[in-house]
Design a protein around this ligand. Structure first.
Ligand code: CAA
Length: 257
C-alpha cells in the first residue's frame, strides 16, 4: 500500500510509523487511520519486527480526529458508517506498541496514544481531551482508557474541563511512563523498542496479553490467565535458553519459539 498520510520504516527489529499531516497537526483523518491500520497489520505479520513505535512530529503527535471531516456528519451518517470503529483495529495488534509523543496529543490523538501499550513523552508534550468543547464526547476510547490509566478524579477533570496537562503532570498521573528531553525522544523510544524487540517475541506477546487482560477481567480470571500463560512459556525453546543463559552467565540467544 502506498502511504500518503504516514511514513513507514523499520530500524532493526523495530517498526516505525510517523504520522505525517503536519499542516493539520496530524489530525487523524479516516484515510490516515486506514493507512495506520494497514501499516500495523504489516508489522504484525512481519516476523522480523518485535516492537512498533508510532510518533508524530515536534509540534504534534496528533491534534485529534479531523474536525473538518466530522463537522457536517449527521447522526444517520455516523451510525451507518459506525464512525470511529476503524480506530479499534489497534487492539488486534499483539506486538507491543510505543507512542512517542512530542507536542500536542489532543482528543483522538491522546486517545490513540492511550490505545498504545507505552507512552513515552518529550518534555514538550501536552495532553488533553477537548471534545466536550466541540459539542461531543471522547469517542475513541478516552472515557474508558483515561479512567483506567489515571483514575476517576483526573479523568473527570480532563474530560469535563478539557484542561491541557503537560508532560510532567502526565508522568505524575501515570499517563506516560517516561519524560525525556525533546531532542532525545526518538533515541529513547528506539532504545526502548529495540530492547523489547530483542526479547523472545512469544514471551513479549504473552506479557502484553496478560497486562491488557487486567483492564478487562476480574482479578481471579486475570490471575488464571496469567497462570495459564506462564505455564505455556515452559513449552518454549526460549524459556530453556533464557534460563540456561542466566545460569551460564551469558546473553541469551532467543529464537522466538
Ligand atoms: N482537525 C482538523 N484540523 C485541525 C485539527 C483537527 N483536530 N487540529 C488542528 N487542525 C488544523 C487547523 O485547523 C489549522 O489548519 P489551517 O491552517 O488550515 O487553519 C492547522 O491545523 C494548524 O492549527 P492551528 O492554527 O489551530 O494551530 P495553533 O498552533 O494555533 O493551535 C492547537 C494548535 C491548540 C492544537 C489547535 O489546533 C487545536 O485546538 N486543535 C483542535 C484540537 C481538538 O479539538 N481536537 C479534538 C478533535 S475531536 C476528536 O478527536 C474526537 C474523538 O474522540 C476521536
Amino acid at each position: 500500500m502506498a502511504y500518503e498520510n504516514i511514513i513507514v520504516s523499520t530500524e532493526g527489529g523495530v517498526g516505525l510509523i510517523q504520522l505525517n499531516r503536519p499542516k493539520a497537526l496530524n489530525a487523524l483523518s479516516t484515510a490516515m487511520v486506514i493507512e495506520l491500520n494497514a501499516a500495523l497489520d504489516g508489522f504484525e505479520q512481519n516476523d522480523g519486527i518485535g516492537a512498533i513505535i508510532i510518533t508524530g512530529n515536534e509540534k504534534a503527535f496528533a491534534a485529534g480526529a479531523d474536525v473538518r471531516e466530522m463537522k457536517d456528519k449527521t447522526f444517520a451518517d455516523v451510525k451507518s458508517e459506525n464512525f470511529l470503529h476503524s480506530w479499534d483495529h489497534i487492539n488486534n495488534i499483539t506486538k507491543p506498541i510505543i507512542a512517542a509523543v512530542s507536542g500536542f496529543a489532543l482528543g483522538g490523538g491522546c486517545e490513540f496514544a492511550l490505545a498504545c501499550d507505552i507512552i513515552i513523552a518529550a518534555e514538550t508534550a501536552k495532553f488533553s481531551l477537548p471534545e466536550t468543547s466541540l459539542g461531543i464526547i471522547p469517542g475513541a476510547g478516552g472515557t474508558q482508557r483515561l479512567l483506567r490509566a489515571l483514575g476517576k478524579a483526573k479523568a473527570m477533570d480532563m474530560i469535563l474541563t478539557h484542561r491541557m496537562i503537560d508532560a510532567g503532570e502526565a508522568e505524575r498521573s501515570g499517563l506516560v511512563s517516561r519524560v525525556v528531553p525533546a531532542d532525545q525522544l526518538m533515541k529513547e523510544a528506539l532504545a526502548m523498542a529495540a530492547k523489547i524487540a530483542g526479547l523472545s517475541h512469544p514471551v513479549v506477546k504473552a506479557a502484553k496479553q496478560a497486562v491488557k487482560a487486567a483492564e478487562e477481567l476480574p482479578l481471579s480470571a486475570g490471575l488464571k490467565l496469567e497462570r495459564d500463560l506462564i505455564h505455556s512459556m515452559f513449552d518454549l525453546h526460549d524459556q530453556k535458553e533464557g534460563m540456561a543463559a542466566f545460569l551460564e552467565k551469558r546473553t541469551p540467544k532467543f529464537e522466538n519459539r
